[in-house]
Design a protein around this ligand. Structure first.
Ligand SMILES: [Fe+2]
Length: 350
């Protein structure tokens, strides 16, 4: 930026001093305007966005120091040089603490004034460039972090589908559960952000099954208490996997998706409304899909029987509000594929 592009506002109650500074700084190529007091200065600044203000400390009415405080709030990017009498050195230092960039003492040495003005403006320009550079850098880092997370989240999602595809009985489970959970969420008027968290919690809820023994998972027939306990670690393991790439809310949905509303679930630490709402919704959707899907040892339940079972467990396993919302929605859920797994939304990131 050349001097010609820089604007200076000279604020002093003495016309002679204003004139003197105006002439000197104009000769250096600066564009100058004048104000005789604080009110005039504030008024000028509404239309004249000065890069630098030469501000007299002592003026009738609002003092230079008070005006400085005001200017720093309203125009933080404008540099301010205070003009003080030699005897006011302490006040000048106080002004520097309040945000003034420099001070000059009266009577002026005009060459010194010019030097101070140029030095202050240069410093400001450098600060501005550094700030811009830092912002650009920050944005770049954010973009790249987002890209890495997007890729990672996509890989985990692919892992879930791959895990499910290994077994014809669980294939498509997460997608179907997501469809049902979102329908319940909409019935409950969840916000877009909550729905997005629910979507990812539902898609990823069983990723922790990677830590579950395949023999136990596919065991035909009833599980022993130890086997059941082993299978149930998948909620905690899953939350641990996803928490690095999704926000806390999504990880909590995964962590609590097998909690019972009345608090009687295995190793359960919270109950009722302390269980995250997303997890309470997912619990109903998950149970419904599990009941209506075939298993190696049994056929899937008819839709109506599964709905009755959900109804029977209202208040014990399931949150009444959530279960009733589920019972209200049409059983032939029709959320499109695109709706279930959209382009990854950054709002679910940590
Ligand atoms: Fe699960």
């Amino acid at each position: 930026m050349t001097n010609h592009e820089q604007k200076i506002l000279i604020v002093d109650d003495e016309p002679m001093i204003r004139r003197l500074l105006h002439v000197k700084l104009s000769r250096l190529g600066f564009h100058c305007e004048e104000a005789g007091n604080a009110i005039e200065a504030l008024d000028k600044m509404k239309t004249y966005s000065a890069n630098l203000i030469m501000l007299d400390m002592k003026m009738p009415g609002m003092s230079g120091m008070d005006l400085l405080t005001d200017l720093k709030i309203k125009y933080p990017d404008t540099a301010v040089i205070m003009a003080t009498a030699v005897a006011e050195a302490n006040l000048a230092i106080q002004c520097m603490r309040l945000g003034a960039d420099d001070y000059i003492t009266k009577p002026f040495n005009l060459d010194e004034v010019s030097l101070n003005v140029e030095k202050t403006l240069q410093k400001r320009m450098l600060e501005h460039q550094i700030k811009e550079y830092q912002e650009q850098l920050q944005q770049k880092v954010q973009e790249q972090t987002g890209e890495i997370r997007r890729l990672f989240l996509g890989s985990i999602e692919a892992l879930v589908f791959a895990l499910e595809a290994k077994d014809k009985y669980t294939a498509g489970h997460s997608r179907r559960v997501t469809e049902i959970a979102l329908a319940i969420g909409r019935e409950l008027n969840l916000s877009e952000e909550e729905l997005e968290n629910l979507r990812w919690g539902s898609l990823l809820h069983d990723v922790g099954k990677i830590a579950v023994d395949q023999f136990v998972q596919n065991k035909p027939g009833k599980l022993t208490p130890a086997e059941y306990e082993h299978i149930m670690i998948h909620a905690h393991v899953g939350a641990g996997i996803v928490k690095h790439v999704v926000n806390e809310k999504v990880a909590e949905i995964v962590e609590h998706h097998h909690d019972h509303y009345d608090g009687t679930g295995l190793h359960q630490e919270v109950a009722r409304e302390d269980i995250p709402l997303g997890a309470r919704i997912l619990a109903v959707a998950d149970a419904y899909d599990a009941m209506t899907s075939d298993r190696p040892y049994r056929l899937g339940m008819p839709v109506e029987a599964a709905r009755q079972e959900i109804k029977r467990c209202i208040g014990t396993q399931f949150d009444p509000v959530v279960a009733n919302a589920f019972l209200k929605i049409d059983s032939s859920l029709s959320t499109s594929e695109k709706d279930i797994a959209p382009a990854i939304n950054m709002s679910v990131m940590p």
